[in-house]
Design a protein around this ligand. Structure first.
Ligand SMILES: C[S@@+](CC[C@H](N)C(=O)[O-])C[C@H]1O[C@@H](n2cnc3c(N)ncnc32)[C@H](O)[C@@H]1O
Length: 215
């Protein structure tokens, strides 16, 4: 019995130390980004940006493409009342489903987001925020037909969605017209054509596409 209590105590201490170290690492990454602006931007900044847009737009629904370990879902789980996240890799998908199984407002979909997105769009009856982050990024991440389904995703959202959603796209530095990525100018032109008057901006390596924000 004493052994069990000791083990539980040590496990709690180890977890607390890990969380503290993770927070320190995130703070260092943020500091480094502020100084050097060398992509990729730190996860903490991305998570803060997504939550800030959710708040500014009074959006309750988040759609993420590319779940990976579920860090963005976890960071946003208390900010949004409905979250969809799509992951191509079956093992990552299974892991995320297990991780969020106790949260009924979170749905993890398994498959290519360029293909699955049209099945999610009809469910979005109120303005929602998209975090488009599906792409092959080495290691255990998956690769579909293309390195990234971003062109398909954008067309689905801009061509077939009557509701005025806002779109954030990660890794603006990759948009150079190679490996399935359009150029930033091509994305800007597409937005100008489909949503005249909308904002197209790039900041902190995140592409931001939305109607003018309420003041
Ligand atoms: C950079 S990670 C996503 C990180 C995550 N959004 C976050 O903020 O923590 C990219 C993920 O996209 C997934 N992926 C790659 N191609 C995909 C596709 N066509 N559809 C859905 N997911 C895809 C990869 O397996 C990988 O897990």
């Amino acid at each position: 019995m004493i052994d069990l209590v000791k083990r539980v105590f040590l496990w709690d201490v180890a977890q607390a130390v890990y969380l503290r170290l993770e927070r320190i690492a995130q703070a260092i990454a943020l500091y480094d980004w502020e100084k050097r602006r060398c992509p990729p931007a730190p996860s903490l900044l991305k998570q803060r940006t997504v939550k800030a847009y959710g708040k500014a737009l009074s959006s309750q629904v988040l759609v993420e493409t590319g779940t990976y370990m579920g860090a963005m879902v976890d960071a946003c789980k208390d900010r949004f009342s409905r979250i969809y996240s799509i992951e191509l890799d079956p093992a990552l998908c299974r892991r995320a489903r297990q991780r969020f199984a106790h949260l009924p407002h979170i749905t993890i979909l398994c498959g290519d987001s360029g293909v699955l997105l049209p099945s999610v769009l009809p469910e979005l009856t109120q303005p929602c925020l998209f975090w488009l982050d599906a792409h092959y990024s080495g290691g255990i991440t998956a690769r579909g037909d293309l390195q990234t389904p971003i062109a398909q995703e954008l067309r689905h959202i801009l061509d077939h969605c009557p509701t005025e959603h806002a779109i954030l796209i990660d890794d603006a530095h990759l948009f150079v017209g190679e490996d399935g990525y359009p150029t930033l100018e091509q994305v800007r032109a597409l937005v100008g054509d489909r949503r005249p008057g909308w904002t197209f901006a790039v900041k902190d390596d995140i592409i931001r596409i939305h109607a003018p924000l309420p003041r």
